[in-house]
Write a protein that binds this ligand. Sequence first.
Ligand code: NAD
Ligand code: USQ
Length: 389
Amino acid sequence: MRILVLGGDGYLGWPTALYLSARGHEVGVCDNLVRRDYDKEMGVSSLVPIASIEDRVAAWGEQSGAKLATYVGDLTDAAFVHRMVREFEPDTIVHFAEQRSAPYSMIDQAHAVYTQTNNVVGNLNVLYAIGDINRDIHLVKLGTMGEYGYPNIDIEEGWIEITHNGRTDTMLYPKKPGSFYHLSKVHDSHNIEFACRTWDLRATDLNQGIVYGQQTEETDADPRLATRYDYDAVFGTVLNRFVIQAVLGHPLTVYGEGGQTRGFLNILDTIECIRIASENPANRGEFRVFNQFTESFSVLELAEAVKKAYPGEVTVEHTANPRVEAEQHYYNAKHTKLVDLGLQPHLLNETLIDSLFHVVEKHKGGVNLDAIRPTVQWRSTASELSSKK
Ligand code: NAD
Ligand code: USQ
């Protein structure tokens, strides 16, 4: 298949592009490299150094003999997106290319507006390009489990049958997300469902849980092929952060009670889920939703797992929760559709946590300790206008 990976320079997009290329697909990568700018803005960099996109692509050519078509450009530029889709002629577009940090979207008004504009407009431009150029293209879109929020009922895979006043219909599952970032994904899902219904497009929305891990067979083959590892309070995700905190002797930063329960998956399962979704496309007109995670844990359970796996002393600290979220709640989310299509999950175990300790040991010299504690407060409405009358 010809597969265009949008966000192909990111934490997940890059290893996915290599994985699909290694399996014989013709792969193109698109990215505007803005993730590298967020690092500068935050005063941090990936724990594991990453090569430039040119060096990455060249290294993959040497390693595999495969050429990755590269498009450096911004999805919010509609003309660029149309040009790229016409030129590459994809069968599948895998769309990772969004601002993906919840704390970043909650910094202040400007960051919230940027996040929603970047994500919603970029996704709309992709939908219009598919609608105009070739409606057979399958869109595989990265959504998030946080779109659903944490309701006191079971979470279905995208759709729910509702009986109300004696009448029954199948509706999109109600959404109650917890940040302006997560909300941008809800807006995307609604736009995609509308486009499938109206223009007869085919799409798979992957409501992905929190990803951990850093190494894949392909990224391990050469240091220039490595993917990012984020540990700071804005872009680092919880398990990756706890691992680095343990190695640095920093207390594990559990927000509040730590009873927040989330779905998780190994990066090895992310790349395989994308392969499965791509090779088994949705039907024309179908808006298909898969919940893409393999296990759920509370934040405190993760902290205990890291503490148990680490050979040295580890302390767990309950810091005031900067977010507005339920710290104790019911959580039962379905996740059978990817398994039905053949996913064989890599579950979290001490060996995996141990391999992450090794990655961190090797690179810990570059850590900015000031970036570990959370600074973004959900309750704040900071804005450039705050100080003006
Ligand atoms: P990332 O920030 O590392 O990668 C996203 C890439 O998209 C970056 O390289 C960035 O430069 C690019 N990008 C952003 N806006 C763009 C634009 N307008 N035009 C072109 N390129 C643009 O993020 P990631 O962790 O790899 O996540 C990828 C996707 O998966 C995101 O959509 C995210 O919401 C979703 N997701 C991630 C996780 C996780 O735990 N990392 C979990 C669930 C869902
Ligand atoms: N948390 C802590 N301590 C920390 C960091 C986080 O207790 O040091 C808690 C948070 O309060 C939250 C949970 O851990 O309850 C998860 O936080 P996170 O930063 O790991 O994940 P989140 O903000 O939800 O976002 C990440 C990705 C995002 C993706 C989402 C999947 O950054 O792109 O969409 O995971 S999900 O959570 O399923 O929506």
